[in-house]
Design a protein around this ligand. Structure first.
Ligand SMILES: [Fe+2]
Length: 272
């Protein structure tokens, strides 16, 4: 299970051997294959070669003019015209044809952001409270599916719904309870946002019903340098370690204040 590759070929090439070593049956890609970085066509080539099961993310739709530029934050808006200009006709056709949701093997659902509101509204599931409308949508699914994989936040975690109670789980490996519902995010391959620069992905073992998260180090500097050279590196995409540490300190020391300030900032800049 991969998501949010964002045209970062270094990250994609780093995770594939690790995924292969796990002997997976198929690779599921939850969207945002392009945007931010400079190798969209190369990444899409690999995605097609590997026959990944894909849905569209907001950046994929923006790249082929199916979503307006003003729906994106500053970093994305800086890179989007570059991506639109450099996509090959083959890549454009591939992205244009992607659905926004998909059910796989009658056993799980895929969506990039959330099921409710509509998958194309780019709502961020960042808390148990945010997860509730999507759980309600899943509960009403006639197919009886209990698992939905999503991306968009770039944070690896899962939410478990058990008789109206929602619990956030960040363990490396989780056994799925057959009576519970789950929203599972594998994190981002190309642009992690959880203070860990390594590429993130998850493995769903359908035999033993486990979700396991993986992190893989890669040459992030090359990716950022190429973006800088192309003039599309937004300053926050390459945040310094000191700034990240300051944010982490504020988050851990004053969680209520941090959350309050963060919500104000996000109410002004809602899209990333
Ligand atoms: Fe993304």
């Amino acid at each position: 299970m991969v998501s949010d590759i964002h045209a970062d070929i270094e990250a994609l090439n780093a995770i594939l051997p690790v995924i292969d070593a796990q002997n997976v049956d198929k690779i599921i890609c939850l969207g945002d294959m392009v945007g931010y970085y400079t190798n969209p066509n190369e990444c899409l080539e690999i995605i097609e070669q590997r026959e990944m099961v894909c849905i569209a993310g907001n950046h994929d739709r923006g790249a082929v003019l199916l979503k307006a530029l003003n729906r994106f934050g500053k970093g994305a808006r800086l890179a989007m015209p570059w991506t639109q200009k450099h996509l090959t006709p083959k890549s454009k056709l591939f992205l244009e044809q992607l659905p926004v949701t998909k059910i796989v093997d009658d056993s799980f659902m895929m969506v990039h952001s959330s099921l409710d509101p509509h998958p194309d509204t780019d709502f961020y599931i960042r808390s148990e409270q945010d997860a509730l409308p999507t759980f309600n949508a899943l509960l009403q699914e006639p197919s009886n599916i209990k698992i939905c994989f999503f991306g968009h936040t770039h944070h690896p975690l899962l939410y478990e719904y058990n008789n109206g109670e929602i619990r956030k789980i960040t363990e490396t490996t989780t056994f799925l309870n057959p009576s519970c519902y789950y929203l599972i995010n594998p994190g981002s391959v190309g642009q992690s946002r959880d203070y860990d620069d390594r590429a993130s992905f998850a493995i769903y073992d359908t035999q033993v019903q486990t979700i396991s998260f993986f992190r893989v180090a890669y040459d992030r500097t090359s990716c950022l340098q190429k973006a800088k050279k192309a003039g599309i590196l937004y300053k926050k995409s390459g945040l310094s370690k000191q700034w990240k540490n300051m944010k982490m300190f504020a988050k851990e020391s004053y969680p209520v204040f941090y959350g309050f300030v963060r919500n104000i900032v996000r109410s002004v800049v809602p899209f990333e």
